[in-house]
Design a protein around this ligand. Structure first.
Ligand code: IFM
Length: 481
């Protein structure tokens, strides 16, 4: 896709490539059939609407490095990585892909591949590094240059406001457990809308609140590394509130583009036809999907919320005030969907009927993407959806630049996305995770998700086979048969 600068500014993800073909529910929608019956790959012709946004995604802490440059202060991830035994290879994002200094080369590379849309995130600790939360012009200037660089190359900027790197000084002031966090976030978002709102077409509020809640506050596997169910409930509510208040700030600003949330969704399937498996699947769907989708897209928590762990429910209830649901649930312009893996439930617990990716947690089930897109379309009447992440790590023992498994993965998932479009879902774009091999959180540099290989010694970038394949898809606006 190649749009002119003006079109890039005006459209945003809600305005590009709409295709309404009417809604025909597919037979494989989440929760309606068993894992076995959804295994067949969609046969819909893999065509995409004109103007479909073909993109790649990254996030600040995973690629930027330069953690002390231009006044940036530490984030909770700098602290977490330095706190010992948290990261598989003992690394951190201190250097990562050095994207903060090499962004021009990276943008050129995207241009060569024909990428039309770049989803990046803004590092909050660059923008408001101090306790006084005053704006740091030098930090802001980086994103200013980045956005101009994208527009100059005909690439649409998709800016995520929060991808897990909370300034440590805000964590010290209570972090997401404090109700004040919603106001801090809205203020910071307002700074960004004012600075870049004339040029960024699409804004994403918070990346994957489920991962923050579960991994950051329940299991302690990610920053800030807590094991506190009650706190996780409070955090979820405050993240929701922060989202709602940022959307309100956006509407009150002069920013031109569109705004939406970003969920990581897992279609839930019963492993068999038993009543026990179906009940376990319904509960998994509440935990994996409805808990996050309902407040933001319907303006209310699920009616059966109390089926979740009592301490978490108490955390949500304790944090909720009159009027909050209305603040959380104003209409957003698009729904961002990240898709990696389904959840399959037997009566006795989780099942694993599909092959696993090399990260050990991701079951490979491409049709799950079609199922989640149709589900959000059907149950939430999503105005427009965009896939903001989808990818796998390199296979074990893979030659660095030859990644046939990733090509196969992308092909099947794009076919599934085309199937969802054919069945009525309004899908405007797809962003592969990730442009570059990068810092994969608690897995450090042991898992490589990039279409482009990064030699972390020399910082040399080399496109893998999948990058060339994806470039051909973009040129054709469709998946080769
Ligand atoms: O690398 C992460 C990303 O930051 C959020 N979504 C999942 C990816 C792969 O684990």
């Amino acid at each position: 896709m190649s749009l002119g600068r003006r079109e890039l500014l005006g459209a945003g993800l809600a305005g590009v490539g709409l295709l309404a073909t009417g809604c025909t529910p597919s037979t494989g929608e989440a929760g309606t059939t068993t894992a076995a019956t959804t295994a067949a790959t969609t046969a819909t012709p893999p065509a995409f609407p004109a103007g479909f946004a073909w993109g790649v995604a990254t996030s600040a802490y995973q690629v930027e490095g330069s953690v002390r440059a231009d006044g940036r202060s530490p984030s909770i991830w700098d602290t977490f990585a330095a706190s010992g035994n948290r990261i598989a290879d003992g690394s951190s994002g201190a250097e990562a892909c050095d994207h903060y200094r090499r962004w021009r080369t990276d943008l050129d590379l995207m241009g060569e591949l024909g990428i039309g849309s770049y989803r990046f995130s803004i590092a909050w600790p660059r923008i408001q590094p101090g306790r006084d939360r005053r704006t740091n012009p030098a930090g802001l200037a980086f994103y200013d240059r980045l956005v101009d660089g994208l527009l100059d190359r005909g690439i649409a900027p998709v800016a995520t406001l929060y991808h897990w790197d909370l300034p440590q000084h805000l964590e010290d002031a209570g972090g997401w457990e404090s109700r004040d966090s919603a106001g801090w976030f809205a203020d910071y978002a307002g700074v960004m809308f004012e600075a870049l709102g004339d040029r960024v077409g699409s804004w994403v509020t918070i990346n994957e609140s489920k991962v923050i809640v579960e991994q950051g506050y329940q299991r302690g596997w990610m920053a800030p590394g807590k094991n506190d169910l009650e706190a996780s409930g409070r955090v979820l509510h405050h993240l929701n509130l922060a989202h709602g208040r940022a959307v309100a700030a956006f509407r009150a600003s002069t920013a031109k583009g569109t705004i939406g949330p970003c969920f990581t969704l897992a279609p839930c399937y019963p492993a068999d036809d038993s009543e026990g498996a179906r009940a376990a699947t319904a509960l998994a769907d509440l935990r994996e999907n409805r808990l996050y989708l309902d407040p933001v897209l319907l303006g209310r928590y699920p009616d059966d919320l109390e089926l979740l762990h009592g301490e978490m429910v108490a955390g949500i209830a304790g944090a909720r005030r009159d009027g909050d649901d209305a603040t959380i649930g104003p209409a957003t312009d698009f729904v961002g969907v990240n898709y990696y893996s389904p959840v399959v439930m037997a009566a006795t617990g989780p099942a694993q009927p599909y092959p696993l990716a090399a990260n050990g947690w991701q079951q490979l089930h491409p049709d799950g993407l079609r199922d989640v897109l149709l589900r959000v379309h059907r149950d939430y009447d999503a105005p427009v959806q965009v896939v903001l992440e989808n990818g796998i790590p390199d296979a074990r023992g893979q030659e660095p630049l030859h990644d046939p498994e990733r090509i196969d993965f992308l092909k099947q998932h794009l076919q599934a996305a085309a199937g969802a479009i054919g069945a009525g879902a309004r899908l405007n774009g797809y962003h592969a995770w990730s442009l570059l091999d990068n810092f994969e959180w608690a897995a450090g540099y042991t898992q490589r998700y990039g279409l482009v290989h990064v030699d972390f010694e020399s910082q040399r970038r080399t496109p893998k086979d999948s990058a060339r394949w994806y470039a051909a898809v973009i040129r054709a606006n469709g998946v080769p048969g």
